[in-house]
Design a binder for this molecule. Structure first.
Ligand code: ATP
Ligand code: MG
Length: 321
């Protein structure tokens, strides 16, 4: 095994973008492995670095601000997502096109991979990013959009370049959450010019990107997004509040976990009109938790109604929906 110092040196050299140092440390590890009789491993390591030559991928890796891109967790499956038939089909198509991208590429077509996710809060945009990553067996990367925009245009450009470098270096699902902060036309007057410059820069980067990665941009604002943006995306996924049918499916998914599917009645469904998926999910989870704490084997109908009402009250007091 490589020593801990060697491993630390290797990781440090990688993040410093120092390809020569990476090579040196890998060769040191190879020598060490050869000495202790691991000749196959030693040979493979040597071949790996020597094959890379001067123009290695390592050379192109630039140090990246680790707070700008965060590696996310993805466990959600497609079956966890309750959406309209249209959206369901669009998501299936994106998954299929990625899985069969080489077939498309051979005929000169690119898979759909620059996707705008648009819709009210709590309707499944972030969940969908996670679903893509799980179903495509790709790492999920969350880009901290608010940290991208700096007072200094040069700095914003550098950060954007770092993000797009990562996108092309490691195939994954890259999620620009709260994309509105770049994509909105509604920025305060004195910010408008600046935001347009950042937006244009983003558009250039996204247009030039020819990687395999899936790029997702999520927005709450809808109509305020710049029209130029829509053209740059291969697909726009519209998320909306659940229909009655979707509400029933969502209740089934959540309450089934606690043997309480029988509670779903027209009355319960009617109570949720205007609530988003996240609210219904929370109401179910809160009701299940109460049942667990009260040592019950099923959710009580009254408790479920109370939990739904609690979610509704939040909007009533805020005067929305
Ligand atoms: N369409 C959906 N199907 C199933 N569960 C959902 C759906 N939408 C939301 N949920 C539940 O609500 C939680 C929060 O939703 P999510 O974070 O995906 O919403 P969002 O659209 O990204 O909201 P925001 O705009 O506030 O970021 C999810 O983790 C999931 O438990
Ligand atoms: Mg979200």
């Amino acid at each position: 095994m490589a020593t801990s110092e060697q491993l630390i040196a290797l990781v440090k050299a990688h993040y410093d973008g120092d390809s020569e140092r990476v090579k040196t440390v890998v060769l040191q590890i190879a020598a060490h492995e050869a000495k202790i009789g691991h000749s196959v491993l030693a040979q493979s390591l040597k071949e790996l670095v020597l094959k890379q030559g001067g123009d290695s991928a390592i050379n192109r890796i630039k140090p990246i601000d680790s707070t700008l891109i965060i590696r996310g967790q993805s466990k959600a499956r497609k079956s966890d997502l309750i959406v309209s038939e249209r959206l369901d089909e669009q998501i299936d198509n994106i998954i299929l096109e990625f899985a069969q991208r080489s077939k498309l590429n051979k005929k000169g077509y690119a898979h759909r991979r620059k996707i705008l996710l648009e819709g009210l809060p709590g309707t499944g945009k972030t969940l969908t990013a996670s679903v893509f990553a799980t179903e495509l067996k790709l790492p999920l990367f969350l880009i901290q959009t608010d940290k991208l925009v700096s007072k200094y245009m040069g700095e914003t450009g550098t950060k954007l370049r770092q993000v797009f470098d990562s996108i092309s270096q490691e195939t994954g699902v890259y999620f620009f959450d709260e994309f509105d902060s770049i994509g909105s036309e509604r920025a305060a007057d004195n910010d408008v010019k600046e935001m347009h410059r950042v937006l244009n820069l983003f558009l250039q980067f996204i247009e030039q990107d020819t990687s395999d990665s899936i790029i997702l941009a999520a927005s709450n604002s809808g109509s305020s997004l710049d029209q130029a943006l829509f053209r740059r995306f291969d697909d726009v996924l519209q998320f909306s509040l659940p229909s009655k049918d979707e509400t029933i499916k969502l209740f089934s998914l959540k309450l089934n976990k606690f043997n309480s599917k029988s509670l779903i009645t027209q009355e319960i469904v009617d109570l949720t009109v205007g609530l988003c998926h996240a609210d219904i999910t929370k109401a179910c989870e809160n009701a299940i938790k109460q049942a667990i704490l009260a040592d019950k084997r099923q959710v009580s109908r009254d408790v479920l109604i109370k939990m739904i009402e609690e979610r509704r009250d939040v909007y009533r007091t805020k005067g929305i929906r």
